[in-house]
Design a protein around this ligand. Structure first.
Ligand SMILES: *[C@@H]1O[C@H](CO)[C@@H](O)[C@H](O)[C@H]1NC(C)=O
Ligand SMILES: *[C@@H]1O[C@H](CO)[C@@H](O)[C@H](O)[C@H]1NC(C)=O
Length: 380
């Protein structure tokens, strides 16, 4: 939680500076060239489909396709440049919630946490907050009800203080009860604006065969999202996450392309896991692919591409997502009438000025949008 500390210190310094030097109230401070850029998007500014991008810092945001994005979630640190750019493009900007208190059972604790986070978001002119379900679970001793209460109370406080603000919670690719713990996903969904379904990292537990497999198979993506809808969750509350990265598996025994046997690494009872693999961003995949032994292969079962390369006498199989697999997945958004799509994470693409990289990057942005037209803004 280093980031939260950095943010807290930033806000503290900011407030002292404003208070001491200028006589301004914290929320009167605006770092952008125009004061308009410090105004969160109003409540009547809604998009037919949300396109959420997770930003991990750096300057890549300058090259994002802002015509497609509706929400940026900051992970690492606050940057006034990205705040001003987002608002100048009519895009909401959310911060990640800070450390969850130890106990959420007490309403008093929840209220302190909410006020603190609301204070940050207001002072920094942002449009809401993003919460990692696993952070809440890991850091706060909690139970099903207090978790739902926290989210419900957070949403109420934010919507009241910042009309048009959003509360987004991330959830696993399917509402399974792993670790013998189930959550009231339907209650959580009712209490926030969107559930960001992480439709990736699906091989963290492999139960049957110990072979390299796709990060985000089409079938799992579809069935995981459908399972949320079957819980009674309004499909418009679900945002499908797609990965802009792949997995590089070292093969313990390489039989043929698509049959890369792995070193067994048990994870929570499952004999094998993608933990033996290294995650690599799409931009590295595209650098490596032309040098591979096989070139791009397509697995029709998973509807995902992969390739094989050899390094230091070890075969590696790399499973990833590309414009073809992502545009197939983005049709799910229409089929299941989802609220949107989101990418994990914006820096996965190569934003250098070389024409080849620029074309690959543009194709990835376009794949998010099954109908080639700009997302329309309207009032609902
Ligand atoms: C929060 O809970 C209250 C009472 O339990 C309920 O009426 C309300 O609809 C909930 N709010 C949201 C945003 O879900
Ligand atoms: C981005 O693309 C350029 C040009 O094709 C290449 O030289 C560079 O290595 C790429 N960057 C990454 C991180 O792959």
């Amino acid at each position: 939680m280093r980031w939260s500390l950095a943010l807290a210190q930033f806000v503290a310094v900011l407030v002292m500076w404003i208070g001491g030097a200028s006589g301004l109230q914290p929320w009167e401070w605006c770092p952008c060239t125009s004061p308009d850029m410090c105004i969160p998007l109003p409540a009547d500014h809604q998009f037919q489909v949300e396109v959420i991008v997770f930003d991990h810092g750096g300057t890549d945001y300058q090259h994002y396709d802002w015509s497609k994005i509706t929400v940026v979630v900051l992970d690492d640190r606050f940057s006034k440049e990205i705040l001003c750019t987002a608002h100048a493009n009519n895009v909401r900007i959310l911060m990640k919630g800070t450390s969850i208190p130890q106990s959420l059972v007490s309403k008093h604790n929840r209220q302190i946490w909410i006020n603190r986070n609301l204070g940050f978001v207001k002072t920094l002119h942002m449009d809401g907050i993003f919460l990692e379900l696993r952070d809440i679970i890991k850091h706060g001793t909690t139970d099903k009800e207090s978790l739902t209460h926290l989210i419900n109370e957070t949403t109420k406080a934010f919507h009241h203080a910042i009309a048009g603000s959003q509360i987004i919670i991330n959830v696993p690719w399917s509402p399974h009860c792993r670790d013998a713990r189930c959550y009231d996903y339907a209650g959580i969904a009712r209490s926030c604006d969107f559930l960001f379904v992480m439709s990736f990292d699906m091989q963290s537990q492999m139960w049957n065969e110990c072979f390299a497999k796709a990060n985000a198979p089409y079938g799992h993506t579809y069935s995981g999202l459908s399972a949320y809808i079957n819980l009674g969750i309004d499909s418009r509350k679900l945002v499908m996450g797609v990965p802009w990265y792949g997995y590089d598996y070292p093969c313990k025994h390489f039989i043929e392309p698509g049959r890369c046997k792995l070193e067994p690494v048990p994870v929570q009872g499952a004999p094998c896991s993608s933990e033996v693999a290294k995650q690599i961003p799409y931009k590295e995949v595209m650098e490596q692919l032309p040098k591979s032994l096989t070139g791009r292969y397509w697995d029709d079962n998973y509807k995902s591409p992969y390739y094989v390369y050899k390094a230091n006498n070890i075969y590696h199989e790399v499973w990833y997502d590309d414009p073809e697999s992502i545009s197939l997945k983005s049709t799910i958004m229409k089929k299941l009438k989802l609220g949107g799509i989101g990418v994990w994470f914006g820096a996965g693409l190569n934003y250098s000025f070389s024409p080849k990289a620029a074309m690959q990057t543009e194709d990835m942005w376009n794949a998010l949008c099954p109908v080639r037209k700009k997302w329309t803004v309207g009032t609902i």
